[in-house]
Structures are given as structure tokens and as C-alpha cells.
Design a protein around this ligand. Structure first.
Ligand SMILES: CSCC[C@H](NC=O)C(=O)O
Ligand SMILES: [Zn+2]
Ligand SMILES: [Zn+2]
Length: 427
């Protein structure tokens, strides 16, 4: 494998790629994201543009930044483009280049934590605005670009506070775009829903005993039985994917993420004692079509039954239904004029959209859908390996630049009169 060398482009040059690399070099990875530096940098980009900025600190040191391009008819519902400022951690020793140096190799790959997830869109939004403004475009409806903290850890101090605020109500958001995922083909991917995460912790209790003794109902035995039953369920879901009757994100996933048991000793664990407690944690993801009640019954009856001295805790990470009790799905047919306009705007750039999907993981868009706001997940990356949360995350500069053009078209269309499939004039 040829070793890529960092390119020797002028480091002082100011252009969309250099601004992207500068944003990437601000370390906003957990557990200590530097949000204040990111906010100052993004504000500085907005200064030369017809944008006014607002910063909210609903929680101290967890800023929400808004860049607002006022529409000529502010009475119309606005369009919101969201991205998160934080990233998951990176292990520098396992990367070819430092994850916060944003090295650009001679073949145009920009390596950095956040290159795909999701600092690309954060800069593309601003660059698209810059280009539209230079071309003399003025939006009819107001455009809001939001930068939120803590998406990667659930958004409780970020987007949840933002959408619950009176300031958010006043923005009168009619439609929003949030991050999506890279596509390995020529087609852009778009997401109309996310799976909802649940954390499941199951605990087993039992009488302790000598390491040599065979007896029923030890904590370990009870936990292992649950693990086997959960594994079987996992297989039924995975089998549907393997058989091609469902795509990956349409089934319930359940994956073990930790196990905790044993009696510690100075040299490791006490080996001749069967412990009285054992615990395991699972990451569960429910597609919007799942029956949460049925899964809860299954957990209570089969995965952690009291008859086997088990107990459990489910932590639901965000909403499963909207405020009207409907599944958190945005419609992707002509009944939704935002969808038609979005799709046509992409096609106008020569791009093609893949069949809309459910996202296997989750994003902040669930909190907007919960409020009844139509929301799509979209990150314009084609012919790109999916590297979010992985080592050596990168994005090619040509893909990044093409994304700016796509957003220009999207903003242009969404912030003008909507295509109305029923031929009615917008009120
Ligand atoms: C508990 S909310 C966590 C949100 C996170 N989002 C991206 O990876 C995810 O795990 O999907
Ligand atoms: Zn993300
Ligand atoms: Zn992420």
C-alpha cells in the first residue's frame, strides 16, 4: 500500500476546504469537547455573510449556536439545517494521521474525527449560503443553521433543551434537515426515521457457593440463561436481514455491551467462589414499526424473569412516538411538499436519491420529529466508505465540494415557494 503524504497546499489559503479542515482541527471529541472554540470559529465564518447569530446556553458550557438568514417573508415557516459540534473519541495511536490534524493527502482525502460525522455538513451549510449570497439569492422563508452540543451522548443538554424552549417555538420551523450517512454508491442516501435506542441492564441474584459445587439458580447460571435467550432473539432478527426480508435498520437489534460479575481479588478474581450477583448491559434499537410493549413483555417474561431471581432496568433514550402518538416517521411521498421540493432540488444538480431508509443508529432529528416537524437525515456523500465512529475517518475534498453545490440547490428550493403537488398556493 503506498503511503499517502500530506499535501503541500498553502496552509494560509482561505477556501471551503481549508475552513472545513480548520473546523476539524478543533477537538470537540468526548469526553471533553471544546465547544467554546468551535462556536467562536463558526461565528467568525458567519461574520462576512448576511447572517445574524444567536447563542443559547440552556446548560452552562453547552452552547447552541444559531446562524439566521432572515427571509423576505418571515411569516412563512422556516427551514432549519442542523448539525452537532461534538464527536466520538478517537484513538490517535490507531490512526495513520493524527485525528485532529485534519491532514489532506495528495489524493484529496481529509482524515479527521468528524470528517463524515458530521462536521462536513456544518461547513457545507455555510459555504452553500456564501455561494447563494454571492449569486444574489435572497431567501423567501427564513433559513436557520443550528450547531448543537452532545448529540453523541444523547442530546439531553443540547437539542432536547433547545426544542423545548420558547425561543425554538418562535423560530416557527416548518422543516428540518439533519445528518445522514455516507453512500458507497452513486446515489445519495436519505433517512426518514431513526431507530430508538434503549439501554437494558439485567441483573441476576443467587446463592453464592463453593467453586466446586453444582447447584441450581446461581447468579451466573441465571444470567447465562438470559444471555442465551437474548442471543436467540438476536438471531431471529438477524436472520430476517440475512434472508433479505428486511433491511438491517428495519429489525430490532440487541447487542451485549458489558458484563459484570465475579469477586475481585488482588490477583484477578476469586476462583473458588460462585458469585451472588451478575449483571449485563445491552444496547437495543427499535425501528419505528416495532411494538415497544411487546418487547417489554418479552424482557419481563423471558430475558429477566423474577422466577429466575432476575431484575432489569430499561432506559429509553429519547421518544418513540410524536406528541400525537404517531411513529416518528417523515413522509417521503408527494403528500409532503417539503419532500418533493428536497428531492427535485437534488435531481436538479444531476444527483439521484436512493430509496429512503430508516437510520440504524439515531440522531437529534428524533426530537424534531417528536414535535411533529418533518425531518430528513441527509449527508451528501456518494462513493464514500461509511466510516463514522471508525479509525481513519476521512472524506474526499471533491465529495465535500460537491455537497456544497447540493445544499445550494436545496436551500434555494426550500427557501423559495414550495412545489405544491396539489397545485394550491401556499398561504
Ligand atoms: C443514546 S443516544 C446516542 C446517540 C448516538 N448517535 C450517534 O451515534 C447513537 O448511539 O445512535
Ligand atoms: Zn453524527
Ligand atoms: Zn456519531
Amino acid at each position: 500500500i503506498p503511503v499517502e503524504s500530506p499535501s503541500n497546499e498553502d496552509p494560509e489559503a482561505e477556501n471551503p476546504v481549508s475552513r472545513f479542515r480548520k473546523y476539524l482541527s478543533i477537538n470537540t471529541a468526548h469526553p471533553n469537547p471544546d465547544y467554546s472554540v468551535a462556536v467562536s470559529f463558526l461565528r467568525s465564518l458567519a461574520e462576512s455573510l448576511p447572517l445574524h447569530t444567536r447563542v443559547f446556553e440552556f446548560v452552562p458550557n453547552k452552547p447552541v449556536l444559531l446562524l439566521i438568514w432572515e427571509g423576505s417573508d418571515p411569516s412563512l415557516p422556516s427551514v432549519l439545517l442542523n448539525s452537532h459540534m461534538d464527536s466520538v473519541p478517537a484513538e490517535p495511536s490507531k490512526w495513520t494521521f493524527d485525528p485532529f490534524s485534519a491532514v489532506r493527502t495528495s489524493d484529496g482525502k481529509i482524515f479527521a474525527r468528524g470528517a463524515q460525522d458530521d462536521k462536513c455538513i456544518g461547513i457545507q451549510y455555510i459555504e452553500a449560503i456564501r455561494n447563494l449570497w454571492k449569486k444574489g439569492f435572497t431567501p423567501l422563508r427564513t433559513l436557520i443553521v443550528s450547531y448543537v452540543p452532545d448529540e453523541e451522548i444523547g442530546g439531553l443538554d443540547g437539542v432536547t433543551k433547545f426544542v423545548a424552549s420558547k425561543e425554538f417555538e418562535e423560530l416557527n420551523v416548518g422543516f428540518m434537515l439533519d445528518e445522514g450517512q455516507a453512500s458507497t454508491t452513486d446515489e445519495f442516501r436519505v433517512f426518514y426515521s431513526d431507530r430508538t435506542p434503549w439501554d437494558l441492564i439485567i441483573k441476576a441474584q443467587g446463592a453464592p457457593g463453593h467453586g466446586s459445587k453444582m447447584y441450581d439458580n446461581s447468579a451466573m447460571e441465571n444470567l447465562i440463561k438470559s444471555m442465551e435467550i437474548i442471543s436467540k432473539f438476536r438471531e431471529t432478527q438477524f436472520d430476517k436481514v440475512k434472508a433479505g426480508v428486511a433491511v438491517y435498520s428495519e429489525v430490532i437489534s440487541v447487542n451485549p455491551v458489558y458484563m459484570k460479575a465475579g469477586t475481585p481479588s488482588p490477583s484477578g478474581f476469586v476462583m473458588n467462589l460462585q458469585p451472588s450477583e451478575a449483571e449485563a448491559g445491552f444496547n437495543i434499537r427499535l425501528p419505528p414499526t416495532a411494538e415497544p410493549h411487546a418487547l417489554k413483555m418479552r424482557i419481563a417474561d423471558e430475558w429477566a424473569p423474577t422466577i429466575r431471581n432476575m431484575s432489569y432496568q430499561i432506559i429509553e433514550k429519547g421518544p418513540f412516538r410524536d406528541f400525537m402518538g404517531r411513529p416518528l416517521m417523515t413522509s417521503t411521498d408527494d403528500s409532503n411538499p417539503w419532500w418533493s421540493t428536497f428531492k427535485e432540488a437534488i435531481e436538479a444538480t444531476g444527483g439521484r436519491l436512493a430509496k429512503p431508509e430508516i437510520l440504524a443508529s439515531t440522531t437529534d432529528s428524533r426530537y424534531f420529529r417528536q414535535k411533529g416537524i418533518p425531518a430528513l437525515g441527509f449527508s451528501p456523500m456518494t462513493n464514500t466508505p461509511i466510516l463514522l465512529h471508525e479509525h481513519n475517518e476521512f472524506l474526499e475534498d471533491t465529495v465535500f465540494l460537491r455537497g456544497i453545490e447540493v445544499y445550494e440547490s436545496i436551500i434555494h428550493s426550500l427557501c423559495s415557494h414550495l412545489e405544491d403537488p396539489h397545485g394550491k398556493q401556499e398561504q
